[in-house]
Design a protein around this ligand. Structure first.
Ligand SMILES: C[S@@+](CC[C@H](N)C(=O)[O-])C[C@H]1O[C@@H](n2cnc3c(N)ncnc32)[C@H](O)[C@@H]1O
Length: 439
């Protein structure tokens, strides 16, 4: 039986003295899901990033004690080509509270720890994108094993979690209507503004401050975000548009590369998309895969050498899978159970939104959004993707749906193929920028 609380670890107390559950405070007591068997035994010589050596190999046996039904934990993972591994830099000796570090590439110069991948960090947590070579299900009394390549972790590394790499979610190229698309269409290559504060005075250059001179996180801009009034129809038309036309089009800002799907190539299954770039340098492209020169088994699968792993790679089962230029994932991660919804605003809701964003009449204005248009885009994006739970969508379709974003409390309803915003009011508890303040 797992112990949830260790002696000595106390849940943090609230100002009123009551104990707060550890998850609420972020004081997580970690329990490694397994310890890595790695081809690297010591830090010295271990690649500094996974992309450096795609043949560096490791395996991870999942500890059975972690789950109630351990045999299920790896289910479905074999459909992904890459995984994120979250781990502890256990050979660092101690946690590091140095705010500046000297990454090797800076050749002796220092920079802030959060701008680096340094192993010396306050929580000693590492993040590696590795290629998933094989998944071995749980057998009898033994925990399941995953086999990885392209790793930068040493033997014995405690692993905290595994998450699938999903190009649609994890690659900035595939982000829909990112803030960058909305606000920075013309200054993509400009360095970001950095404010340096000595704690007493604001050390920002006045020019740089222009966007931050109010207490808001963001200040309104005059720039109108390019937010399509009807994303749902845009998406579906893009999806179904003729391939030749698609191929001539390069994705514009705000468009999703994923939507410009090309006709599947003859060797691909129909739901395979060959569009995304992904973990660079980690995986071979489709073409390269065919010219792989590694030793092969009789079945044609590349044979992996290496004593700790000693495995033979088999072609993974490929049910409905979506393939990007560099990674694969099961099709379900891209195929939402429902088509994107059209989003409408009643005239009343439009007025509400304008009122909410008007800075006059003592009305608080948005803290995160830069304008009413941006707020509208955000609301559209949220609703278009149908934020309802499956239960609500299937069994309580006629219920009003509420959510809060920034200072806006939104009331809407759904029907076949659309969501309609009925009312937008000032939220009684707007989303705060900081829930936990420094003491
Ligand atoms: C620069 S870190 C990057 C790790 C990860 N990709 C990240 O960005 O969080 C990689 C280096 O950490 C060191 N390292 C790997 N595993 C470690 C462990 N378990 N404890 C301490 N250091 C480790 C090795 O020297 C390796 O070269």
């Amino acid at each position: 039986m797992r112990r949830l609380e260790e002696p000595g670890r106390r849940p943090a107390a609230t100002p009123c003295g009551c104990a707060k559950p550890t998850l609420e405070t972020g004081n997580l007591l970690t329990e490694p899901i397994g310890y890595l068997d790695s081809c690297f035994s010591v830090k010295n010589g271990t690649p500094r990033q996974p992309s450096i050596c795609s043949y560096s190999r490791a395996s991870l046996r999942i500890r059975k004690s972690i789950f109630n039904n351990p045999e299920h934990s790896l289910m479905g993972l074999e459909h992904f080509s890459h995984v994120w591994i979250l781990f502890v830099f256990h050979k660092n000796g101690h946690l590091s509270y140095k705010a500046k570090v000297q990454p090797p590439r800076l050749n002796g110069a220092k920079t802030g720890v959060f701008s680096t991948r340094s192993p010396h960090r306050p929580n000693a947590i590492g993040l590696t994108l590795a290629k998933l070579e094989k998944v071995e299900e749980f057998v009898h009394l033994l925990g399941g094993v995953i086999y990885l390549s392209g790793i930068d972790m040493i033997h014995g590394t405690p692993v905290l979690d595994i998450k699938p790499y999903i190009a649609d979610y994890d690659s900035p190229q595939n982000l829909m209507e990112s803030l960058g698309d909305l606000n920075m269409q013309n200054d993509q290559h400009k360095p970001k503004t950095v404010c340096q504060s000595d704690g007493k005075t604001n050390g920002c250059d006045q020019q740089q401050l222009s966007g931050y001179s109010t207490p808001q996180l963001y200040q309104s801009t005059k720039e109108k975000p390019k937010c399509s009034g009807d994303r749902a129809s845009e998406e579906s038309s893009l999806r179904h548009s003729d391939a030749a036309k698609d191929q001539q089009c390069l994705p514009q800002c705000g468009e999703r590369a994923v939507d410009l799907s090309v006709e599947p190539k003859s060797h691909q299954s129909p739901n395979v998309a060959d569009k995304h770039t992904g973990p660079q340098g980690l995986e071979k492209t489709l073409q390269e895969e065919d010219t792989d020169k590694r030793p092969r088994s009789e079945e044609g699968a590349p044979l992996v050498q290496g004593n700790s792993v000693g495995m033979q790679l088999r072609p993974r089962p490929s049910p409905a899978r979506t393939r990007t230029a560099d990674s694969t994932a099961p099709a379900w991660v891209r195929e939402a159970p429902t088509a994107p919804l059209q989003v409408r605003f009643t005239p009343h809701a439009e007025v509400d939104l304008r009122q909410l964003s008007s800075a006059d009449a003592g009305q608080p204005s948005f803290r995160y959004f830069q304008s009413a248009e941006e707020a509208k885009c955000a609301i559209e994006a949220v609703l278009s993707a149908d934020p309802r739970s499956v239960y609500r969508r299937k069994l309580c379709q006629d219920r009003l749906f509420y959510f809060t974003v920034d200072i806006a409390h939104i009331t809407c309803w759904f029907d076949d193929g659309f969501a309609e915003v009925l009312k937008i009011k000032l939220a009684s508890e707007p989303v705060h920028t900081m829930d936990f303040k420094d003491p």
